[in-house]
Design a protein around this ligand. Structure first.
Ligand SMILES: Cc1cc2nc3c(=O)[nH]c(=O)nc-3n(C[C@H](O)[C@H](O)[C@H](O)COP(=O)(O)OP(=O)(O)OC[C@H]3O[C@@H](n4cnc5c(N)ncnc54)[C@H](O)[C@@H]3O)c2cc1C
Length: 488
């Protein structure tokens, strides 16, 4: 993209509400706001949705038990699995229901779990957890270590999603309902307009808007500074995760936690697409907002913590590892979210979200429509809101008869592109047609390249499809946008 000077930006239009950031929070907000009448836009600096923190976390939704501080996040995390389940049906996207099990290896841990359970009951955020003995635990999860002495067991209160896939479905549905979505459009500055709220200067052009929702994740403090809120600061911590090959998937069926706290988390969980994820180890301080490198030392710590819970886990089955950065802010105490109208620029609403932002995103989006109304926006529900978004047939989870039907309707369902994850050419072409314009975007919404070989076999085929469909030379195809060309 050519660099433009802020003063000479082309005019892109005027809006009632502009949402900044297409992570899980911003795209959930966009979809919720699209239920109302108005002119709306979503701005995202990356080339696709879900490339921020939302792609680098364990992708698990849990009960508020795990974060027993910060009243707002506790309230917004309550009943998340139920909300996601309903949304999954509307948006045709995967939500995997799993139970939540906190394992105790020593008596002091069991006491802590009993206290957490009592706390949840007293605070009316209980999801019906109960303490179980080791026999019941091994009946539910036979591979849990024989050193376990009991567990806290919660049924149907948690789940797994793949957040980037969700951000895509949410933005697609928001677009169906009239939202303008601008990717590859970093916000550079925000100024006040005499007659029209705010002017937002982006790398692509200038927009005017009455209201701004700041959902820029780790960069939300920078957006806040642009409107005069210089007192918002983030504290960052980093966690490490690894994905195991599907040959290990039988080892665990539910979300299994060991010890957890402000400084660390010991977790093994199924992913929504059937792998196992282990993480997060002891949190460290990243060098900066982009420091997501994985160190050998942290990876070994995560493996050791995983093996302590499930001894059958093998290092050899790790197919990839990654790290993600969590944030806490100084405006809300005890790790809570800060979701409020700006102190200095009425009309700007900040969504400064840390963990468990994924879990809480549907409730955050509902709260946001209330805050828009409080800020003065007239909220009139659309009569013709389309709540249904339709994906495309997926070959891998299909039954034999469903697969035959897919091939009969489109012979490109018979051409394998990704052997590990059984992704067919028809799916790759559909993803590109719907806007996936980089290798990572295709990977996130089709799973091509997510398997054991990590794209070793299918990468070049996906690249050639992108080149052909986007009508660009192969040398112009990128992994995730500017500066990540695949062929030099
Ligand atoms: C290690 C780890 C463990 C976690 N564990 C859990 C958990 O167990 N449960 C849970 O619920 N949550 C968990 N979380 C938290 C959860 O992942 C986040 O709260 C959530 O993903 C945040 O989503 P977001 O949309 O606010 O941020 P992001 O996904 O980062 O989205 C913000 C978007 O804003 C865009 N943006 C930034 N600046 C600009 C700009 N100038 N112009 C335009 N766009 C811009 C970014 O590119 C990005 O796409 C964890 C996070 C981490 C890192």
């Amino acid at each position: 993209m050519t660099e433009v000077s802020i003063e000479n930006l082309p005019y892109c239009g005027d809006y009632d509400v502009v949402v900044i950031g297409a992570g899980i929070v911003g795209s959930m907000i966009a979809r919720e706001v699209s239920k109302f009448e108005g002119r709306f836009a979503l701005l995202e600096k990356e080339t696709f949705s879900g490339f921020g923190v939302s792609k680098a976390n364990p992708s698990v939704l849990h009960s508020p038990l795990l974060f027993p501080s910060g009243p707002l996040r506790i309230e917004l995390a309550y009943n998340a699995a139920l909300r996601y389940k309903k949304l999954a049906e509307e948006l045709d996207v995967v939500f995997k229901e799993v139970d939540e099990i906190f394992v105790a290896l020593e008596p002091s841990q069991l006491v802590k779990l009993e206290a957490a359970n009592n706390w949840a009951k007293e605070n009316h955020v209980s999801a019906g957890h109960r303490i179980i003995g080791p026999e019941k635990l091994w009946e539910v999860e036979p591979q849990v270590t024989k050193s376990a002495i009991g567990a806290l067991y919660g049924k149907k209160c948690s789940g797994a999603i793949y957040a980037p896939e969700w951000t895509f479905a949410l933005t697609e549905n928001a677009m169906q309902n009239g939202f303008h979505v601008y990717f590859d459009t970093p916000v550079l500055n925000i100024t006040r307009e005499v007659d029209y709220g705010f002017s937002i200067q982006t790398q692509k052009g200038r927009l005017k808007t009455h209201y701004i929702i700041n959902a820029a994740g780790l960069f939300a403090d920078e957006m806040a500074r642009m409107v005069g809120d210089s007192d918002i600061h983030l504290t960052l911590t980093k966690g490490t995760m690894a994905i195991l090959d599907k040959s290990s998937s039988h080892l665990v069926s539910n979300m299994v936690y060991g010890t957890y706290g402000k400084d660390h988390s010991q977790l093994i969980s199924p992913t929504s697409h059937g792998n196992l994820l282990i993480g997060l180890g002891y949190f460290t301080t990243p060098e900066n907002k982009r420091d997501t490198k994985v160190t050998r030392e942290k990876l070994q710590e995560v493996i050791a913590m995983g093996k302590e819970l499930i001894p059958a886990i093998s290092e050899k089955d790790i197919i990839t590892s990654f790290a993600g950065i969590r944030s806490e802010n100084n405006k809300a105490p005890r790790g809570d979210f800060y979701i409020a109208q700006s102190d200095h620029a009425p009309g700007v609403i900040h969504a400064i979200i840390g963990s468990p932002g994924l879990t809480a995103a549907p409730a955050i989006a509902e709260l946001m429509t209330k805050l828009l109304s409080d800020a003065g926006m007239v909220m009139v529900e659309k009569r013709d809101f389309q709540k249904k978004r339709v994906g495309w047939p997926r070959f891998e989870p299909g039954s034999l008869s469903e697969r035959k039907k897919m091939i009969a309707s489109n012979p490109k369902y018979a051409h394998v592109v990704c052997r590990c994850e059984q992704v067919m050419e028809a799916e790759i072409l559909e993803a590109i047609r719907r806007g996936a314009n980089t290798m990572d975007a295709v990977k996130h919404i089709t799973r091509a390249g997510m398997g054991r070989c990590q794209g070793g076999f299918c990468g070049i085929t996906v690249l050639n499809h992108l080149s052909k469909q986007l009508r660009i030379p192969p040398t112009q195809v990128t992994k995730k946008g500017k500066g990540s060309h695949q062929i030099i």
